[in-house]
Design a protein around this ligand. Structure first.
Ligand code: FE2
Length: 380
């Protein structure tokens, strides 16, 4: 049973449940009222701006009846009901200091250990069954990548992958791009080289947050796909040397792509991006498109390069990588704000043909949240 007390001349409410006290400010409660004058019935959009709520808002009375909390606010003389459960779910009275570089509880970082449990699903299952799609999208959100097997071997089948969760992000490379590799003895020395793991298009702002790669042909030996968790790499760097982590997250790098047809794409963003409260939210790592870094003070540049070198070594560490071969009809989706990708070296002759495109993570997370809400409703 919860009890309510009002403190500081109505400036905040305290809800006592068992041995725990949770406080809420009057202005926060008033702004988050769910009555039909404050929020639109149906879409829930707020109908008031903060300027419509008096700055001296205070709680005049507070009562509880079962699970219903009723407050009246002065000077408006307005009465509002709140479900106790909603208040407790949205409580903020326990937010404390967090480690710099923290990650959401919905994110799990990984290394090579994930090889034995690659997030994978069947193309037909996720295309026809919401439960299978929800399960796969949950893994993509948690691990930052996911593979699909047994899809059609068909031109532009990758668009069917994007249709599962969102929309193509068109760029100057088109709605999609072709990745064709002929591997033969005369050019083996060149194409046999693998690429260092990277995130794509760091010179765009905003960066494309998802990439889809779809395999249509694969007869050359080798050429496996490889992914590395950039969040795990950043955590390792932080644990080894916090000064190196700080210099890569506190100073911007610059990225640039100058292509044909007048494309001049530039961004100024850090290699390790944090939210203002220290959450790890993005990795940009791409040796080919790093421009001259000019935003690091002279006396920090040596440290910056040492940190950049070490981050690259961590990314190159075989213990960090998960590799898999894409057969025709197989594809993978990668969170381009977090997980780096690369192609391993070839060891034989043949051809490889992939199609790729970009999409955005907000669409994928929206699709996932919608499926999760429907599952909850079905369970009620
Ligand atoms: Fe790439």
């Amino acid at each position: 049973m919860a009890t309510l007390t009002v403190h500081d001349d109505g400036k905040y409410l305290a809800i006592q449940t068992h041995s725990k006290t949770t406080r809420f400010h009057a202005i926060w409660l008033r702004d988050n009222a769910w009555d039909s004058e404050t929020r639109a019935v149906g879409n829930g959009q707020r109908l008031l701006a903060l300027r419509d709520i008096p700055a001296n808002t205070a709680i005049a009375t507070a009562t509880i009846e079962g699970e219903k909390v009723t407050l009246t606010f002065a000077p408006e003389g307005k009465s509002v009901d709140y479900p106790l459960g909603w208040l407790m779910e949205n409580a903020y009275d326990m937010v404390g200091e967090t480690d710099i570089g923290w990650t959401s509880t919905f994110v799990e970082t990984w290394g090579g250990d994930l090889m034995s449990d690659i997030p994978v699903a069947d193309f037909a299952a996720v295309s026809t069954n919401d439960r299978a799609l929800k399960g796969w999208l949950e893994k993509v959100a948690r691990y930052g990548f996911g593979k699909l097997e047994n899809g059609p071997v068909q031109d532009l089948a990758l668009m069917q992958v994007v249709d599962l969760f969102g929309f193509v992000r068109e760029t100057n490379y088109g709605r999609h791009f072709e990745v064709r590799t002929e591997v033969n003895p005369s050019n083996l020395a060149f194409t046999g080289l693998g690429l260092q793991a990277h995130t794509d298009n760091p010179y765009r702002d905003p960066v494309p947050s998802l990439q889809v790669l779809y395999c249509l042909e694969s007869s050359a030996a080798g050429g496996e796909n490889m992914v590395v968790d950039g969040f795990r790499a950043a955590e390792r760097l932080r644990n080894e040397n916090s000064e190196w982590f700080d210099v890569l997250s506190q100073y911007c790098a610059r990225y640039e792509y100058v292509g044909e047809e007048g494309n001049v794409l530039r961004s100024r963003r850090p290699m390790i991006e944090l939210s203002p409260d220290g959450e790890l939210i993005g990795i940009r790592f791409n040796n080919r498109s790093l421009a001259a870094v000019t935003d690091v003070p002279f006396d920090k540049m040596d440290t910056y390069y040492a940190a950049y070198r070490r981050l690259g070594e961590i990314i190159d560490d075989p213990e960090m990588e998960v590799t898999f071969r894409l057969k025709p009809g197989e594809s993978f989706v990668v969170d381009n704000t977090r997980v780096l990708h690369a192609r391993k070296a070839y060891s034989g002759t043949g051809t490889r043909w992939l199609q790729g495109c970009y999409a955005d993570k907000d669409g994928l997370l929206s699709k996932l949240a919608g499926l999760q809400a429907r599952t909850l409703e079905a369970a009620e």
